[in-house]
Write a protein that binds this ligand. Sequence first.
Ligand code: ADP
Ligand code: MG
Length: 340
Amino acid sequence: ESVVNRIAAGEIIHRPANALKELIENSLDAGATMIKITLKDGGVKLLQIQDNGSGIRHTDLPLLCERFATSKLRDFSDLSKMTTFGFRGEALASISYVSASMSVVSKTKDQDCAYKAYYSSGALAPPKPGQSSAPRQCAGTDGTLISAEDLFFNVPQRRRALKSGADEYNRALDVAAKYAVHYGGRGIGFSCRKAGSNVTDLNTPASATNTTLDAIRMLHGNAVARELIELKPMEDERYAFRCQGWISGANWSSKRSTMLCFINNRLVDCPLLKRSLEALYATLLPKGGHPWIYISLDIRPENVDVNVHPTKKEVHFLDEEEIVEAICVHAQTCLAGANA
Ligand code: ADP
Ligand code: MG
């Protein structure tokens, strides 16, 4: 049973960047306004995330990493709604299956102190052999600190598929930077650094006045920000969606496309939207088809099909072709307006 669970976990968590995405989403679900990430060897040796969110009640710690343990599925109808990011209760369980050691330190506002618990293979584990595995009191601030060590030590196929520490770090940093753009205009800050280093490779403040463009400027520099034009907020009644964002203008040139696509505040791959916008740029702009695109799309949660891929990254939704077409028409209008 444990082998089956471990293989299943490896299907959900492919590399540190996947695990990080799940942990970031949990922190966001918990209402965090600051999310701090620390990685060692690209997250393979240590993947750590600290948030100032609601925290986890110490009485909930024992079953935290059980598969399908979730506080987010209140009744069956929620399954089709996806109002929060995850709903399957598999992320923490999976991470505990594929890491040599995982610990959680958490404090809710109404607790006097934090509690720390260790996990392995979906269950509480003793910090050291022979010790009790019961969660114990410790010092800690409001919120949650999760640390996973030695990822994939027991999943050789996954470990072999990993790239260098530097490469895995860049993938993780990329995920964090995308969230930092999307949430930078929503009052939520992010930081990311290598363990033992004082240099933060990414640092956005939890500022109520910062805009998305401010966050883009901080993360990608003014050279990028000043070439972007606004994908003005639009609302479509027929297909019940809203979108907005920032997209590269006429002077942009790059050797590859950059796509930050958030659907209902979740970072996703939407291949059709990406391909369609690339095609639009290729025909429309003299410098061609490798745009920089950030799009935030809101659609009815019940129209999202989140179950197409175990990592929940590639998303499909109802009326996808019509919605993508409408976004492309809108993008064309915004681009034309900026060039006029
Ligand atoms: P899901 O997010 O699908 O519910 P997870 O395995 O990702 O499943 O998380 C399991 C549960 O652990 C969540 O439902 C939530 O109650 C709790 N949890 C996880 N991370 C945090 C966090 N950073 N802050 C507060 N609660 C958390
Ligand atoms: Mg989750």
